[in-house]
Write a protein that binds this ligand. Structure first.
Ligand SMILES: Cc1ncc(COP(=O)(O)O)c(C=O)c1O
Length: 416
């Protein structure tokens, strides 16, 4: 199970493989990367290095140590800007995660640009993080939240949905790049073009795409793009929002306080330049540096290699699942179209029971609503199980998982 050259880069996976070497195949199979990826040593080392050698409050001090902390933090911003191909570093705002990035746009852009009678368009497969902020904007402004629906078997959003749901009433289109349930990649370039044709802005939720593919915000043409560091092997608690400079410049701050001001009087304040206008308070510099290390690590592997590996494993898993009676895939059965996200149900066994039986067998998968309840209501499934794969998973893990999966019905008392 250690036939994967990347596994020893990760403390947790290395420990699992050491355990497996002693007690064959009894170590954990981690198939929950879509929830959070594992972290390589390199990321932990970068964080330690920051605190050990550069620790001071960035952006504030005039002394050398603080300047070094600032350089490390701003260097991390440059790495994120390059990851998504932003035109300028100041178009990258550090946030805690995708959720905070989307809330920033909703509170700052949404509440100031949307009025009663307008429409905000999302898709039915959105994570709650890309629904609830827009429900809030709609409640506060009187706008309407509109959902583009998808084909129930493939997850593809038909052109007719894009053409009709994005129209002259639409002010904001916010779309997930890769669904955390269906694994499908949405045509975000086409959706951004449709949004712009209608006079709307387009936001892309890149939580699940950034770990698996090269993202180019200029090519997509989106106005905002949100990502989470922890999904691409970076630390928890650091994420980013890309926004077009001209839009960010004209938006009010999301949060106010230290570091985001230009000048404050008793009655009023003016704001700092981008990106600092949107980064109130002491910043999370160490985790930004950790995220930059994760990005460099992933880039050193290369997205082509990652996609190839994710797809091969997903195809192998799906081919194996098809041989097991009573398993139903949620979404496409083409492993090349799932970004390593394989969601399924088993007749007669609740997904929570699937996950807990597999947990007894040392397999970690996700089960439940995956923070996408409107999608599950639309698909008419109360819950589902999800195995999600990454470049550090192996064929042996997939095969072992399949042998365990084949026994779930028997373990649940079924005879066939
Ligand atoms: C598609 C999608 N959007 C948004 C999020 C929210 O990410 P975070 O919890 O890091 O803010 C997730 C998390 O699983 C996700 O899968």
């Amino acid at each position: 199970m250690s036939e994967n050259k990347y596994r020893s880069d990760f403390p947790l996976l290395k420990a699992i493989d050491e355990h497996n070497a002693k007690d064959e195949n009894s170590g954990l199979i981690y198939f929950d990367t879509a929830a959070t990826a594992q972290r390589p040593f390199i990321v932990l080392d970068a964080i330690t290095h920051f605190y050990a050698t550069q620790n001071a409050n960035p952006l504030r001090g005039l002394y050398d140590l603080s300047e070094r902390a600032t350089q490390a933090y701003e260097g991390a911003r440059h790495t994120v800007a390059q990851l998504v191909n932003a035109k300028e570093d100041c178009e990258i705002i550090f946030t805690r995660n995708t959720t905070e990035s989307l809330n920033l746009v909703a509170y700052s852009y949404g509440l100031t640009h949307v009025k009663a009678g307008d429409e905000i368009c999302v898709s039915i497969m959105e994570h709650h993080s890309n629904i609830l902020p827009w429900q809030m904007v709609c409640r506060q402004t009187g706008a309407k939240l509109v959902f583009m629906e998808c084909d129930k078997s493939t997850g593809v959003i038909p052109q007719s949905e894009i053409d009709t749901k994005i129209n002259s009433h639409t002010k904001i289109v916010s779309i997930v790049h890769v669904s955390n349930v269906l694994g499908v990649t949405n045509p975000v370039k086409q959706i951004a073009a449709a949004a712009h044709k209608a006079g709307a802005v387009c936001i892309v939720d890149g939580a699940q795409s950034t770990p698996h593919m090269k993202v180019d915000v200029q090519d997509i043409g989106c106005d905002f793009f949100a990502l989470s560091g922890h999904k691409l092997c970076g630390p928890m608690g650091i994420g980013a929002l890309y926004g077009k400079k001209e839009l960010l410049e004209n938006m009010p701050p999301f949060m106010t306080g230290g570091e985001m001001i230009d000048y404050v009087t008793r009655e009023s304040a003016t704001w700092a330049e981008l990106p600092h206008k949107f980064e109130a308070g002491t910043v999370n510099a160490a985790d930004a540096v950790g995220l930059a290390a994760a990005i460099r690590y992933i880039q050193s592997i290369g997205f082509d290699a990652i996609v190839k590996h994710d797809n091969e494993l997903a195809c192998r898993m799906i081919a194996g699942m098809k041989k097991i009676p009573h398993i139903h895939l949620v979404g496409s059965d083409d492993g090349n179209k799932r970004c390593g996200i394989v969601t399924f149900t088993i007749d007669g066994v609740h997904p929570h029971d699937i996950a807990s039986l597999l947990s007894d067998e040392h397999v970690a998968i996700r089960a439940g609503h995956h923070c996408a309840q409107p999608l599950q209501q639309y698909l008419d499934i109360p819950a589902s199980a999800r195995a999600s794969l990454y470049f550090y998973n192996t064929e042996e893990e997939v095969d072992l998982f399949l042998t365990k999966l084949a026994q779930i019905r028997a373990w649940s008392g079924y005879k066939d």
